[in-house]
Design a protein around this ligand. Sequence first.
Ligand SMILES: CC(C)(COP(=O)(O)OP(=O)(O)OC[C@H]1O[C@@H](n2cnc3c(N)ncnc32)[C@H](O)[C@@H]1OP(=O)(O)O)[C@@H](O)C(=O)NCCC(=O)NCCS
Length: 375
Amino acid sequence: MGAVSGRGRFAEWADRQEPRLRCPAVVALALAGDVAAAADLALTVAPGSRDEWQERLLRDVRGRDRELVVAHVAQGAESANRQLVGYARLGLVPPGDSGSAPPGYYVLGLVVERAWRRRGIAEALLQQLIALASERTGELWSFYDVRDTASAALHRRVGFRPERRGTIGFPGLPSTSVDELVRLSLPRDTARPRSDGAGWAAGLSVQGFPAALPLAGLRLGLEPLRVAHAEEMAPLLDDAKLHAFIGGEPATLSDLRERYRRQVVDPPSDGVQRWLNWVVRRRRDGRAVGTVQATVIRRDRALTAEVAWVVATEYQGQGYAREAAQVLVAWLREQGVETVMAHVHPDHQASQGVARAVGLTPTLLLVDGEVRWQG
Ligand SMILES: CC(C)(COP(=O)(O)OP(=O)(O)OC[C@H]1O[C@@H](n2cnc3c(N)ncnc32)[C@H](O)[C@@H]1OP(=O)(O)O)[C@@H](O)C(=O)NCCC(=O)NCCS
């Protein structure tokens, strides 16, 4: 954010006139495919070339101590297209690079496209960044030009408190002459799974595994599973038809609660595998339509994921499983998963279609009567 300097680069201060509408954007971790649009947005407020920004943002997507969170809005009625309208960057500034400022995790950039401002998008991006930071550190830093009263208001609103004013030089970042350094104290466990499972599912980046984070498709959002989802999911999953090909029995509400608790609150942590679960929610009306899961397994250094999907009977036939699985598999690949597999009953045409759509092909291996698909 120190890169953003000079009058005209930041938003004009303006008091809110009318009540704020609900945030229209879906906020999610960026994928490499988001980088080009994010770089274009960066160039509207910050110096540098397109190549430099693309490289920098790609490092955020791929880097270990960095995150890039993006906001998309749907264009057109059926959300056939989506447009990137904002991003926020999180990064660890080590002691050698922090100059006169404290080392630690910083909000390194936050931009919302002009036409989409004052709708809560920056606030939603910051909240997401805070959740990501909470998993790694007890405090989050940010800074802005003191003349940038809009940024000051935004930071105050989400709980940042001023720490210091003056010239803050970060080697490698252009410094501004009048920066305000702000700090947010993070209760380290707010985003961790709590005993009631109300936090994010299964922590972040534990032992080098990717963690379940919100993901976004065109029509659907993938929401990290929480125990509280059992209430909403039980009526959808209490359906014998769903078990025609996968065996087992429909689960009762208490079964489901117990299962979600096992998956979310107290997952096995043998350092070899990690369970990641999401509820799939339709954006148009906020209805939950199913679930997806990935079991990420580490052998030697390589990551493999076994994926599975369920779409409730009343929402089937609309390509939701395909979209959710595509979002999931694209994200897994971004996390470094080399091999993705799924086990599909040989007569289950719909699921075979989904497996094919995410780039898997059938192998000759049968596991418990199901064909292993791999890619
Ligand atoms: C600063 C910026 C990211 C805010 O984006 P945004 O999506 O419009 O912000 P939000 O709608 O989430 O605002 C949340 C709150 O922040 C404060 N705020 C944001 N913009 C403001 C403005 N122009 N004037 C006064 N308060 C403002 C308000 O408290 C607002 O809540 P309210 O709208 O209910 O009053 C955006 O203006 C921007 O991209 N500016 C250019 C780049 C920049 O300066 N980045 C920040 C560097 S730290």
